[in-house]
Write a protein that binds this ligand. Structure first.
Ligand SMILES: *Cc1c(COP(=O)(O)O)cnc(C)c1O
Length: 426
């Protein structure tokens, strides 16, 4: 395992471990496919943000959609994290995990009135409002509830995050945020509405960023707006710069993502444009908190050759880890039993009836016989949360490891779970 892609996963003897726990023993106890997370790696990533932003008033709002399992949210809530949510369901999870609703920011272009009402009743920290129409609707919902909604307006700074088009969100052509040119009018309108308390400005330009310059550019645009608005009497106290810091997916030739420290330094430098205007900084990291902390553990079912290819057929599939099929993503892979056998080129595929069901293509891996275990790395973010029941496959179990201890934080789904709520018309 390269240490950058697998900080908490290393061989002890010939067996890959998560912290102090053998992945062979875990697979025997829990079965496969199973997501395995290192608690230490999650805590270290959170603390690295905290350290990188030391010296500025800040709140780290973990982006729940990256991994929303209760056992993961509990770890972050205990560290004092806030949460960035994009649905009423995620708010429900955050509160169920013991998270503080006052530290929640609610993003997303399509909040329903019911979601707004529930979030107001829970007393969330702020709504990140994404359109001029949403400003009006939230004002009405808040007034009907007899409260004022704290809001930040999400501005689209029109900067190129230089990432995959599906996860680039800060360009004019994307659906997110209010266009920079319309932002001043939107702030003036929001400031006039009795149901709203305008607190801040927000952006999120994309995900898996491997440079700090797009962050700096976006912050510069937002700082300009903050100073302009202050001149007009609209004084903002919160600046939310979203998430998006990339992680190492272990692909040769890819640029390494900036460290938390480089990121923190770039943010601080860009914030200097504000002079003595006091600000609280909010960040919404998801991938960089949980991504490197997880592997998907899978067992080889079959090997098969045709004239042009070798296939390694495993018991995990695109329904368990969608990123390779959906984005063409590369995930590092290591056999759980170390071997000195020479690698060969193989496609790692699942049992699903789709040609798009692959976890890796043309990958150099040592031969793995039926029954052997494979760890798919950097799978802690957008792994389980994007999984589905396609092909009527129960979703994987999830295990959280802390030192020598491990806990099943989500049981493997059963066939009963899968049929729940269904009926025939007779
Ligand atoms: C998805 C998302 C994030 C988290 O992005 P990462 O790349 O996982 O850090 C943060 N903020 C918003 C609004 C998002 O939609």
């Amino acid at each position: 395992m390269t240490s950058a892609a697998f900080p908490a996963f290393a061989y002890q003897g010939d067996t890959l471990h998560c912290e102090g726990v053998s992945l062979v023993s875990l697979a025997e106890a829990v079965g496969t496919p199973t997501y395995v997370y290192s608690r230490g790696a999650i805590e270290a990533a959170y603390r690295a943000y905290d350290a990188a932003l030391a010296g500025i008033d800040h709140l780290i709002c973990y982006s729940v959609k990256a991994n929303s399992s209760l056992g993961i949210l509990d770890v972050l809530a205990r560290l004092g994290a806030g949460a960035d949510i994009v649905s009423g369901g995620e708010l429900h999870r955050w509160i169920a995990a013991g998270g503080d609703p006052a530290k929640v920011v609610f993003s997303g272009v399509g909040k329903t009135e019911a979601e707004m009402r529930d979030a107001l009743a829970a007393g969330i920290g702020a709504f990140n409002v994404e359109s001029t129409e949403e400003i009006e609707v939230l004002d009405q919902v808040a007034r009907a509830a007899g409260v004022r909604a704290r809001v930040a307006l999400r501005v689209n700074p029109d900067v190129d995050a230089q990432t995959h088009p599906y996860i680039s969100t800060g360009l004019t052509q994307n659906k997110f945020g209010i266009a920079a040119a319309a932002a001043r009018d939107a702030f003036r309108r929001a400031a006039d509405l009795p149901g709203l308390e305008v607190r801040g400005i927000d952006c999120h330009i994309g995900s898996q960023l491997t440079k700090t310059s797009p962050f700096s550019d976006a912050i510069a645009r937002l700082c300009e707006l903050i100073l302009t608005l202050a001149g007009e009497g609209i004084v903002l106290s919160d600046l939310d710069i979203g998430g998006g810091l990339g992680i190492d997916y272990g692909k040769d030739g890819d640029p390494p993502p900036p460290s938390h420290g480089e990121y923190g330094a770039a943010v601080k430098q860009a914030l200097a444009a504000l002079g003595d205007h006091p600000i609280r900084l909010l960040v919404e990291p998801g991938r960089s908190i949980v991504g490197p902390a997880g592997v998907l553990l899978t067992r080889v079912l079959y090997n098969k050759d045709n004239e042009v290819k070798h296939f390694t057929i495993v018991d995990a599939a695109m329904n368990d880890l969608m990123r390779p099929s959906f984005y063409g993503s590369h995930h590092p892979m290591r056999p759980v039993r170390a071997t000195s056998a020479a690698p060969r080129t193989t496609d790692v595929v699942g049992p699903i009836c789709e040609t798009g069901d692959f976890l890796a293509r043309d990958r150099a891996l040592p031969p793995l016989a039926r029954g052997e275990l494979l760890a798919i790395g950097a799978a802690g973010a957008y792994g389980f949360t994007m999984s589905s029941n396609y092909n009527t496959r129960p979703r994987a179990a999830e295990v959280l490891v802390a030192g020598e201890r491990w806990t099943v934080i989500r049981e493997r789904e059963t066939l009963e779970h899968l049929l729940r709520g269904e009926r025939t018309a007779g």
